[in-house]
Design a binder for this molecule. Structure first.
Ligand code: GDP
Ligand code: MN
Ligand code: MN
Ligand code: MN
Length: 250
């Protein structure tokens, strides 16, 4: 399998036809997996915003005050308001804001980004990244598209790419029922291929001024394995989230 970045993409603007800009720069094959950083999906979808768009309500002011106290840094209540409006649940309020977005992804500050955003104070994640992936897939005429974001993970330093939207592939490769080298049946192994490909793509894309938000994964083969549609955990099987709920803020 081979990964490479699409070269020479311009700064992406609202209403740009991102698929067309990509197609002009690379000869895609139908079985390529095209990984697109959410930053440019958001830019094309007009998801840049200004802090002034989010007048802070009482809850946002309360959150910002708590964060200021915990971190000793100045926190803009309008930023907290933007996070609230993008979210359906606050998991952690302090010393950082961890929420579930409207489409099921849990991330710090609801994934609202302030790097690589020339047109506004903020860049919100795509509203429905799975739908973004589906549109890109048809515009690119490829079988599989993944929309990625760079995220921290609990228990580990640093960040990596994760899949926040996908189309044309199941996120999980299900090894359950297959056997290991000793003939022992695998009971729990469901490999999150969407996240693995997103992490590999993020490795090529980088985080700074590289200008390489789109990475093509060529000759990735699924192999003879079952598929799993599961990606974002639902609360019933999310014991970490249950523990967090029990732990603090009510
Ligand atoms: P995120 O991981 O989705 O938050 O995106 P990043 O801000 O980390 O950017 C990922 C890559 O895309 C980096 O190489 C950036 O330089 C690049 N990038 C971000 N915005 C643009 C853009 O509008 N045009 C181009 N060509 N590259 C961009
Ligand atoms: Mn960014
Ligand atoms: Mn981001
Ligand atoms: Mn990134």
């Amino acid at each position: 399998m081979e990964l490479f970045a699409v070269p020479d993409l311009p700064e992406i603007r609202p209403d740009d036809d991102l698929a067309a800009l990509i197609r002009q720069r690379v000869d895609l094959r139908p079985d390529d997996v095209v990984c697109v950083a959410s930053t440019v999906v958001s830019k094309a979808e007009g998801r840049s915003a200004d802090l002034a768009d989010f007048p802070a309500g009482p809850r946002a002011r309360e959150i910002a005050a708590t964060l200021e106290q915990a971190t000793g840094e100045t926190k803009d209540p309008r930023f907290a308001q933007a996070v609230l409006e993008e979210s359906v649940e606050i998991l952690i309020e302090s010393p950082f804001l961890l929420t579930e977005t409207r489409f099921g992804h849990v991330g710090v500050n609801a994934g609202i980004d302030r790097s690589n955003v020339p047109d506004g104070d903020l860049l919100l994640l795509p509203k429905r990244p799975a739908e973004s992936a589906a549109r890109l897939r048809s515009g690119l005429a490829v079988d599989r598209v993944i929309v990625t974001d760079t995220c921290g993970r609990p228990f580990r330093h640093g960040q990596r790419g994760v899949a926040i939207g996908w189309d044309g592939l199941a996120p999980g490769r299900d090894w359950r029922g297959e056997t290991d080298r000793d003939g022992r049946e695998l009971g729990v192994a469901v490999e999150n291929v969407a996240d693995e490909l997103a992490a590999a793509a993020n490795l090529i894309a980088g985080e700074g001024d590289g200008g390489t938000p789109v990475v093509v994964v060529r000759d990735f083969e699924w192999g003879d394995h079952d598929e799993s549609d599961a990606h974002f955990r639902e609360i019933e099987t999310d014991f970490v989230r249950q523990a967090i709920r029990d732990w603090s803020f009510d």
